[in-house]
Design a binder for this molecule. Structure first.
Ligand code: F6P
Length: 328
């Protein structure tokens, strides 16, 4: 029989994402609702290893639903990658009488949780929190929607100045291995070209497309580039290449960087975080373990870590075709 759950631990790990605080709040409040203790660990797995924690009750998470970042802080722990690090973490959980964990983060976090729960038999539920939206087992990750809105607002502003000066802007957005942000903001902001890690469109095609834009009477252009773009050049090298081959273009580069991870979460992300985390607590109380919760076709669904980590969340390539049609 599954052990009775009296205390649930929660932590945020990997790159932070808007909505993580809404997620922590939902875990703490759901625990309070079901009369279960809740403990928050600071700095992800590293805080678990060190036993760096705080007690969370319904009141200690007041007024955080609207705040960006994570009150529990986030980190990537090298020590947790070792067996010894995980053993130390298990010892801390034992000491604090934590019976189960909710891990909020990306696929690296889920991989850590998967191996930890196998080695130490601690029930673990993963909640997808990353702006990259690159997790199988959910249509949307917490933070992605807010990041899209942040990027769109920035590109709209860049468009204003690009158009005033008849310039070509390369705008780099986040997404080391995934083009979700680039693809969706590229279409949403009416970019002339979108470069993503999943598709190698090649430099010739980029030049051809920019020449076509010029011929069609466009005086300014925006190229949205995912930081992990497959062409293999970083955004500055791409800009250099275009300057060499199209000297009549006045080219500028903007790297949006970490501002994409900050800011107050959108309503969508707050609601998503709330729904996923209530479910995470309920699943643990039902004796479930080693699954991630996600939103699939607008329903909350649990997917095993094994399945969720078995591949990549595919981008919608149809959007590239839409972008091609609409950027003529
Ligand atoms: O949160 C995911 C992500 O934003 C990636 O798109 C990016 O490559 C990475 O984090 C950078 O994070 P950091 O600077 O924290 O290592």
């Amino acid at each position: 029989m599954a052990k009775e759950i009296r205390t649930i631990g929660v932590m945020t790990s990997g790159g932070d994402a808007p909505g993580m605080n809404a997620a922590i709040r939902a875990v703490a409040r759901a625990c309070a609702y079901y009369n279960v203790n809740c403990i928050g660990f600071y700095r992800g797995f590293q805080g678990m290893i060190e036993g760096d924690h705080c007690v969370l009750n319904a009141r200690s998470v007041r007024n955080i639903i609207s705040r960006g970042g994570t009150i529990l802080k986030s980190a990537r722990s090298e020590e947790f990658r070792t067996k010894e690090g995980r053993r130390k973490a298990a010892k801390q959980l034992d000491k604090l009488e934590v019976d189960a964990m909710v891990l909020i983060g990306g696929d690296g976090t889920f991989r850590g949780g998967q191996i930890f729960s196998k080695e130490h038999e601690v029930p673990v539920i993963g909640v997808p929190g990353t702006i990259d939206n690159d997790i199988l087992g959910t249509n949307y990750t917490i933070g992605y929607d807010t990041a899209l809105n942040t990027v769109i607002e920035a590109i709209d502003k860049i468009r204003d100045t690009a158009s005033s000066h008849d310039r070509l802007f390369f705008v780099e957005v986040m997404g080391r291995d995934a083009g979700f942000i680039a693809l969706n903001t590229g279409v949403g902001a009416g970019a002339e070209e979108i470069l993503i890690p999943e598709e190698d469109l090649g430099l010739d095609r980029l030049l051809e497309s920019l020449k076509r834009s010029k011929r069609s009477g466009k005086s300014s252009s925006i190229v949205v580039v995912s930081e992990g773009d497959k062409i293999g050049k970083n955004v500055y090298e791409l800009a250099e290449y275009v300057i060499e081959n199209m000297p009549n273009y006045d080219v500028r580069v903007t790297v949006l960087g970490h501002m994409q991870r900050g800011g107050s979460p959108s309503c969508f992300d707050r609601t998503l975080a709330s729904r996923l985390c209530v479910k995470a607590v309920e699943l643990l109380l039902d004796g479930k373990k080693n699954v991630m919760v996600g939103l699939i076709n607008n329903k909350i669904a649990a997917t095993s870590f094994d399945e969720g980590l078995s591949g990549d969340h595919e981008i919608n390539k149809e959007l590239l075709r839409i972008s091609d049609i609409l950027s003529t």
